[in-house]
Design a protein around this ligand. Structure first.
Ligand code: SIN
Ligand code: FE2
Length: 215
């Protein structure tokens, strides 16, 4: 890890993105070793796959999930499923380190008692992106979203309540955590195409963990 990465995690202040939205720089660092081991274990049981959108396009990110539910997308739409459609088995459980980190980050951002039941894991190779969207497949929107960045640096796009609202741009580094909820829960957001700048630990990829309460 470079000196810059270490300083970023140790010194940076929260970045306020909205009344109930914040970037917590380096917040995941104390959990990092456990997170990376857990991602390895999950992807061995529930393989990363490139899903299709209802519009029939292939997503540029590869995706898997863990928890009681997993988010799946196909030509038929988006939904949460208790089984991995690839394997026909339940998704791997939510690792303790994910739960601890999610609860701590939510609490730091002002959301007490966050109990996620799913984690979407997105893997971005260089060039992959995530178009502006709202997270709205969950049953109720009272729980926040906790999003953890690992590996290559990304540019996060955080928009408004309309797709046409011009998004703010913020860098997300390895170990950063973004939390949004409350009045910001349905803000449009996405990720700009990833630059090909390999990360010291994870190489030519970015991994994002999105923890949510879906059911
Ligand atoms: C997402 O909103 O689904 C992913 C966000 C990210 O990769 O940071
Ligand atoms: Fe999202």
């Amino acid at each position: 890890m470079s000196t810059q990465d270490l300083f970023h995690g140790a010194l940076a202040q929260p970045v306020v993105m909205g009344p109930q939205a914040v970037i917590l720089p380096g917040f995941a660092v104390p959990w990092m070793d456990r997170l990376l081991v857990a991602v390895e274990e999950i992807q061995a049981q529930a393989l990363f796959r490139q899903m299709s959108t209802p519009g029939g396009r292939r997503m540029s990110v590869s995706t898997t999930s863990c928890g009681e539910l997993g988010w799946v997308s196909s030509e038929h739409g988006y939904r949460y499923s208790p089984v991995d459609p690839h394997s026909g088995r339940p998704w791997p459980g939510l690792p303790e380190a994910f739960l601890e980190l999610a609860r701590a980050a939510a609490s730091e951002a002002g959301f007490a008692d966050f109990h996620p039941d799913t984690c979407l894991i997105n893997r971005y190779p260089p060039g992959a992106r995530m178009g502006l969207h709202q997270d709205r497949d969950e049953r109720d929107f009272s729980a926040p979203i906790v999003s953890v960045s690992l590996g290559m640096t990304a540019t996060f796009l955080f928009g408004g309540h309309r797709r046409s609202d011009r998004p703010a741009r913020a860098r997300l580094y390895h170990g950063d955590v973004v939390v949004w909820g409350g009045e910001d829960r349905l803000r449009y957001h996405g990720v700009a195409p990833l630059l090909d700048a390999p990360h010291a630990l994870l190489g030519r990829q970015r991994i994002n963990l999105t923890l949510r309460r879906a059911g």
